[in-house]
Design a protein around this ligand. Structure first.
Ligand code: NAD
Length: 262
């Protein structure tokens, strides 16, 4: 039986329709949090909320929208604060890579990568700061990426976006250090999700061979020799999102199987 570290707390999880976002939401809800999930994928968001709500009466709400747009991000944060009456935790999990060798990127794929990962984080964070400042309490947790540190194959453009997410957290942590608000980044390495596995199985033969080679490269960067799990990421997020992590700010917590060791 887990301690209920989040009873009475309200958390927004962006990217709530994604496997990792869903896992984080479930972990926070299991420990008592009221949740507001945001995502651009309305159908998957609804499915996630139904699944989460089945035994957590009235504690899951959703707001769909493109969080790289300021108005949509502000609507998510305002809805959460108004309907739940407070907002204690923001997990910036919306993102996802367009993972390609750099010369294969176009201006559109670069912009999409930065929109999904960096602008969603910037807009949601800027919208939540006045609320957390007013309350004198807040936990902001960004989902970054280990590839920023280990320079993973095909990840340069993704790293440009996630690197901005990591850097934003450090600067903000300093600015808000005396206001009861902590800002940290949880940086997963390769996380196995059923959705990603299914995409590989469904891919054409040549693509599957390419992916197999790519994943072998990734595996070679991880001393534990295996992908991480969503639950392992969610556990790290729950730690920095909790009140007891009050002296941890500006940190990047790697969930990486030893892929980098600093
Ligand atoms: N899976 C991994 O190995 C891994 C590793 C490191 C970091 N991450 C990060 O973890 C997070 C979750 O990834 P995942 O693998 O579970 O699935 P994913 O990459 O599909 O998740 C991204 C989610 O963000 C949402 N999203 C994207 N752009 C958005 C926008 N503009 N507005 C609102 N929502 C938007 C998507 O709809 C999706 O639900 C992402 O930030 C991803 O970059 C994943």
């Amino acid at each position: 039986m887990r301690a209920e570290r989040f009873t009475g707390r309200v958390a927004v999880v962006t990217g709530g329709a994604s496997p990792i976002g869903f896992g984080i939401a479930a972990r926070l809800a299991d420990e008592g949090a009221t949740l507001v999930l945001g995502d651009v994928d309305t159908d998957r968001l609804r499915t996630a909320a139904v699944e989460l709500a089945s035994d957590r009466q009235g504690r899951i709400r959703t707001v769909s929208g493109d969080l790289s747009e300021r108005a949509d991000a502000e609507r998510l944060i305002a809805t959460a604060a108004e309907t739940a009456g407070r907002l204690d935790i923001l997990v910036n999990c919306a993102g996802g890579g367009v993972i390609l060798p750099t010369p294969e990127h176009t201006e559109d794929t670069v912009r999409a990568t930065i929109d999904r990962n960096l602008w969603t984080t910037l807009h949601c964070t800027l919208a939540v700061l006045p609320i957390m400042s007013g309350a004198g309490y807040g936990r902001i947790v960004n989902i970054g990426a280990e590839s920023v540190r280990n320079g993973l194959y095909r990840h340069a453009v993704y790293n440009a976006a996630k690197g901005g997410v990591h850097a934003f957290a450090t600067g903000l942590a300093r600015e808000y250090a005396e206001r009861g608000i902590t800002v940290n980044t949880v940086a997963p390495a390769w996380i196995s999700t059923p959705e990603a596995d299914a995409r590989i199985v469904a891919a054409p033969e040549a693509e599957r061979r390419d992916m197999a080679e790519f994943f072998a490269q990734i595996r070679s960067t991880i001393p534990m020799g295996r992908p991480g799990t969503v639950a392992e990421v969610a556990a790290a997020v729950a730690f920095v999102a909790a009140e007891e992590a009050s002296y941890v700010t500006g940190q990047t917590i790697s969930v990486n199987g030893g892929s980098s060791m600093l």
